[in-house]
Design a protein around this ligand. Structure first.
Ligand SMILES: Nc1nc2c(ncn2[C@@H]2O[C@H](COP(=O)(O)OP(=O)(O)OP(=O)(O)O)[C@@H](O)[C@H]2O)c(=O)[nH]1
Ligand SMILES: [Mg+2]
Length: 363
């Protein structure tokens, strides 16, 4: 019997991990694999799980802790997907996590030799790369950018994502920067358009060592890089008139949240929502205070009630983040004649990473 393949797709917040998992689920099914996906977050109510469930493949969620700090929980999800018949599993670690080679890949190689681990792929956003290399001014905290650099250092493969937003000359420039600063082979892709995604899959599915590098990580800086981010997950029940325009509501809420964070000069890691009305789903997100709101999913979604999941990772204390959401939500709701009832809300500052395992050497 052939081994189950396990692929980890890392990268900082909003780098495009979930978009990539969404893009490859169908491609891998088309290649004959039975695919399973795993999402991960510090708290429950995940927009990513809602997005990936739409792919139709099996999805598991590890929430309440990152994979590295809950290795048994991660492996339980892997086993559950194997039990469900999956022979290829793709997992997305939390975007603010690094040191995955030491805390996930080495333990998997050591303790689960029956898994065929693919090279660790790390996605990077072109703007974030320039921020991390201090080539552009930014509001992102240097310790958050420290995490971005460690992610790229430990990668077996780097994907410069969102290549569709760059000119050929800009792609060349960014690939040259990656080559100059990091060891792993890098390629430009667009998870959104599917460009160069099959070539990357061909590469990582054909073998190659996984977890070949362990980065030197200063856990004080790493912990601080995570702690500068407030982290909010909420489930919210919405009700209004029978013809409430939920696409417009979602877009207005995200724009208002972004504007409120911009006024506070609190850089956004990622703010995203999914809104379900009957069997239709509205998706939206914003990845920086200077960025436009992106809307995806179904259009023309109207109805009397909806359920919304909201995830926000913003560079501000959790109390301030919660206050901003609790002020913005009723304002937007009122302007649409909507009643918003928060059913579940968790707002936290990620705790110091405390991995289950941290291997010092490559297995
Ligand atoms: N133009 C463009 N946008 C992309 C691409 N890939 C992802 N995006 C956009 O980037 C934003 C973030 O994408 P996600 O896939 O949610 O990013 P993520 O890394 O999973 O984010 P977290 O789970 O919050 O860490 C979304 O608006 C995506 O549509 C791409 O190849 N091109
Ligand atoms: Mg994601």
């Amino acid at each position: 019997m052939s081994k189950t393949k396990l692929i980890l797709v890392g990268g900082f917040l909003a780098a495009g991990k979930t978009t990539m998992l969404n893009a490859i689920a169908g491609r891998l099914t088309g290649r004959g694999y039975t695919v399973g996906l795993i999402t991960n977050d510090q708290a429950a109510d995940l927009v990513d799980t809602a997005i990936l469930t739409c792919t139709g493949v099996e999805v598991r969620e590890v929430s309440g802790s990152c994979f590295c700090c809950n290795f048994p929980g991660f492996m339980k999800s892997v086993q559950s997907l194997i039990d469900a018949g999956c022979d290829l599993i793709v997992s997305e670690p939390v975007g603010s996590c690094t040191d995955l080679s030491a805390t996930i890949l080495q333990p998997v190689k050591d303790q689960f030799p029956d898994l065929d681990l693919a090279p660790l792929t790390v996605l990077v956003d072109p703007v974030r790369l320039k921020e991390a290399l201090e080539l552009v001014p930014c509001l992102t905290h240097p310790d958050a950018l420290y995490i971005v650099k460690r992610q790229l250092e430990e990668a077996d493969r780097i994907l410069l994502n969102k290549a569709d937003t760059l000119s050929p000359a800009q792609i060349e420039e960014e690939l040259a920067l990656l080559k100059e600063h990091f060891d792993a082979p890098a390629a430009a892709v667009s998870a959104l358009k599917g460009t160069a995604v099959d070539a990357w899959l061909d590469d990582i599915l054909s073998g190659g060592s996984a977890g070949a590098h362990i980065a030197e990580v200063d856990y004080d800086r790493y912990a601080h890089g995570e702690a500068v981010l407030g982290w909010l997950n909420a489930a919210i029940d919405l009700s209004g008139a029978a013809d409430t325009d939920w696409n417009a509501f979602a877009e207005a809420l995200l724009a208002k949240l972004r504007d409120s964070f911009r006024a506070d000069r609190a850089e956004i890691g990622h703010v995203k929502l999914s809104l379900t009305c009957g069997d239709r789903v509205v998706l939206g997100n914003v990845g920086a205070i200077g960025a436009p709101v992106n809307m995806r999913g179904d259009s023309g979604v109207k109805g009397a009630s909806a359920v919304m999941t909201l995830n926000a990772r913003v560079q501000m204390p959790p109390e301030a983040l919660q206050k901003a959401v609790e002020a913005t939500l009723p304002e937007t709701a009122a302007s649409f004649g909507v009643a918003a009832a928060i059913r579940n809300l968790k707002c936290l500052m990620p705790g110091r990473p405390n991995p289950t395992y941290r291997y010092q050497t490559v297995v």
